[in-house]
Design a protein around this ligand. Structure first.
Ligand code: ZN
Length: 274
């Protein structure tokens, strides 16, 4: 079976210091957590930033500083979000990857209702521009799929020549408003993507662990971190994002699956193919 790529998503847009004092919010805190997670076995870091009040943000300077601090310390693959922050313009969403040229950036392949907050807006025109800008800047889209129809959306844009093969999908299961986190649903998503694609899975909250087990056995890759879940076990907060990475490494070892380094992940995801 292919080596396992672990992505760490240390911050996200939602958890606050009230939810968990351990969530990293400043560029310094985020870079520390990414470095610890990389040492524990994470090959990719999916980065969101916050403004000075701790609110989700697409503030370019925060991305710039965070990426600089990470790059000074390790060779982890950087994956920048394009969706952090409310009331941001399309330009705000794209500027960090255009300027900082990470190897990956998230491509949320459709709109959905975040049932606890707002509409997560990714209209067709924006997705087309997003794909075009990523291609121009040699940034590989991590196609985030919150529901089955989003696979169709991504392939529709790919057929226009705007996303290169092999495609890389990040399936997000158990988000409020997205597809539910069941084995059957994950299997259906995996069977719906083109042959030769790579895929990883995120289980939100209590679904993190069942999705980890399923992905391990199906040969998929795994994302963990406080963006998706702040509890390491029932009622026990993770003290660091590296705790989640260590847990996955432990489970993978028991299962007999090796962990991919960042360079091995570059090969698996074909990051230097184009
Ligand atoms: Zn994210």
């Amino acid at each position: 079976m292919e080596k396992l790529i672990i992505t760490v998503a240390p911050t996200g847009a939602w958890p606050t210091k009230e939810n968990t004092p351990y969530v990293p919010l400043t560029p310094e805190e985020i870079a520390d957590e990414v470095y610890r997670s990389w040492k524990a076995g994470a090959a990719i870091a999916h980065i969101h930033v916050r403004d000075d009040k701790g609110k989700p943000s697409m503030e370019f300077e925060k991305f710039e500083r965070t990426v600089k601090l990470i790059r000074e310390r390790c060779d982890i693959i950087i994956n920048l979000t394009t969706s952090g922050g409310l009331d941001v313009t399309d330009e705000d969403r794209m500027k960090p990857f255009i300027e900082l040229k990470p190897e990956l950036a998230s491509f949320d392949a459709g709109s959905m209702n975040w049932m606890n907050t707002a509409v997560f807006l990714n209209p067709p025109k924006f997705l087309e521009t997003l794909a075009r800008k990523m291609k121009e800047n040699n940034v590989k889209p991590e196609i985030e799929v919150f529901d089955t129809g989003m696979i169709y959306n991504a392939l529709y844009i790919a057929q226009k020549g705007l996303i290169d093969k092999p495609y890389h999908f990040q399936f997000v299961l158990g988000a409020p408003g997205g597809i539910t986190a069941t084995h059957k649903n994950l299997l259906h998503l995996v069977e719906s993507i083109p042959e030769g694609s790579t895929w990883s899975v995120v289980g939100i909250g209590k679904y993190q662990l069942p999705m980890i087990y399923t992905a391990l056995s199906m040969g998929g890759h795994i994302r963990v971190g406080m963006e998706d879940n702040v509890y390491l076990a029932k009622g026990v907060l993770a003290k660091s994002n590296a705790d989640f990475v260590e847990k996955v490494v432990r489970l993978a070892k028991e299962f007999g699956r090796e962990i991919a380094t960042s360079d091995e992940a570059r090969k698996i995801l074909c990051l230097k193919c184009h």
